[in-house]
Design a protein around this ligand. Structure first.
Ligand code: FMN
Length: 414
């Protein structure tokens, strides 16, 4: 379109300048609600409020009762230039339901520092004060920046609550390691305030590079059944694929995620379809293919399946057992053959000669891009990838999978 007549660097620069101009002319302050809880790190929330104000956010602070033991609400009132809320029932005037009213028009809620207690309460549906009631009534993005003693942070109850919240789309800003207020050294220190600001600011100001595009992502492992309860599979967790689906959605795309048998948490705004076998996945992908602009095949699809699937449970016999396997359909190759207007992005999981195998696969399967990763990163939280384009450009990234997902899509679409 308009930017097509410029080279990639010029086009990126022009897009960046246009975004800034649009922001200036449509400048309405973004509203953020900062929830402060009863942690020794509560004093750091004052700096956070100040950093958000300097970034021109409209900041509103809500405190738990315990938080007021650590820092006086006056500090936040002065820094935010807005009234601070603690008690849901304090005001005589209830003509406006303040815990709902305050969340209206907010771009995000940030709970920093987030105590063990508040995280536990929200995860278990408890809304017994202003802050927890607001979080439960707020449908937008909520970020928790935990701060607590290492033993509390490593308590399996905390882990369970965190997982529950993440499953429902709440986001966590991982704490730092270091010397804690209690004198222990370990995990649980409130993440650096500038990093917290950057995480939220980036998440709210993502340029919509994929606006108007329909994106299909596959993720996770398929299962090839021997009998109703036994199957051949692999260790893929689907985390890279679900991170890509989430990033594509945040970049403005309409996203459908087809998962293998691996259960994956729902992603806000992403349509999810579960398939089990490679055959199910092939059929699901083909159902969407014609009406898709971009396909990202990150699922680890089984290459072979048992030639015979036993209807009942296979009985154990004396001696060894040989299973005859047959090839499954190579979905990526099939999509490459059927390709019309679609952009096709494949994944290659290799253990050696990564680039050479990746290049061969890119060509053989008629792909536009290939993401090559080492199998040692299967099921891990981080990954290290090489992205290759059919024109020969390459990029190398490593880091947490959600961050990599953005880097990959930005490299392709910027
Ligand atoms: C000196 C002191 C420091 C504390 N620091 C923390 C902390 O960093 N993180 C935490 O989860 N709880 C901490 N607590 C315990 C909480 O204040 C306590 O669990 C409280 O009930 C939390 O209430 P809230 O979640 O409603 O704010 C601390 C308590 C004291 C007395």
């Amino acid at each position: 379109m308009f930017f097509n007549k410029y080279n990639k660097t010029e086009a990126s620069f022009l897009k960046y300048v246009s975004l800034i101009i649009i922001k200036i002319f449509t400048s309405e302050k973004m509203k953020i609600i900062i929830g402060v809880t009863g942690s020794i790190a509560a004093y750091k929330a004052a700096n956070l409020v100040s950093l958000f104000k300097k970034k021109d956010y409209d900041v509103h602070v809500v405190m738990t009762k315990s938080a007021t033991k650590f820092i006086n609400p006056i500090t936040f009132e002065v820094l935010s230039q807005n009234k601070v809320f603690v008690d849901m029932f304090k005001d005589d005037d209830h003509t406006k339901v303040e815990h709902i009213n305050l969340t209206k028009g907010a771009s995000a809620m940030l709970i920093a520092p987030a105590s063990f207690n508040v995280i536990g309460k929200v995860a278990n549906g408890i809304a017994d004060d202003m802050l927890t009631t607001m979080v439960s009534a707020y449908p937008g993005k909520v970020f928790f920046a935990p701060a607590m003693n290492t033993n509390m942070y490593e308590n399996p109850i905390f882990e369970k609550n965190k997982k529950t919240l993440e499953k429902f789309g709440y986001q966590f800003i991982t704490p730092a390691e270091g010397l804690l207020a209690c004198g222990d050294v370990g995990n649980g220190k409130l993440q650096d305030e500038n990093l917290i600001l950057a995480t939220i600011d980036n998440s709210l100001n993502i340029p919509k590079l994929l606006n108007g595009k329909k994106v299909l992502v596959t993720a996770g492992a398929t299962r090839e059944y021997i009998d109703p309860i036994r199957f051949i599979t692999n260790t893929s967790s689907g985390k890279m694929g679900s991170s890509l689906a989430s990033a594509a959605q945040q970049l403005g795309a309409e996203v459908t995620l087809i998962t293998g048998a691996t259960p994956l948490p729902p992603i806000e705004g992403v349509k999810m379809i579960t398939s089990h076998t490679s055959e199910d996945m092939k059929n699901a992908v083909l159902d969407y293919y014609d009406d898709t602009d971009v396909v990202i095949m990150s699922a680890a699809v089984g290459d072979y399946r048992p030639k015979v699937k036993h209807q009942g449970k296979m009985k154990k016999q004396d001696g060894n057992l040989s299973l005859e396997l047959e090839r499954t359909t190579d979905i990526l190759k099939l999509l490459g053959e059927k390709k019309k207007h679609q952009m096709l992005i494949g994944f290659a999981a290799e253990s050696d000669n990564l680039v050479q195998y990746g290049k061969e696969k890119l060509k053989k399967k008629n792909l536009d891009y290939i993401v090559i990763n080492d199998i040692s990163n299967f099921a891990s939280e981080t990954n290290s990838v090489i992205l290759l384009s059919k024109s020969g450009t390459s990029w190398e990234y490593d880091g947490p999978k959600p961050t990599l997902a953005f880097r990959i899509l930005e490299s392709i679409f910027e």
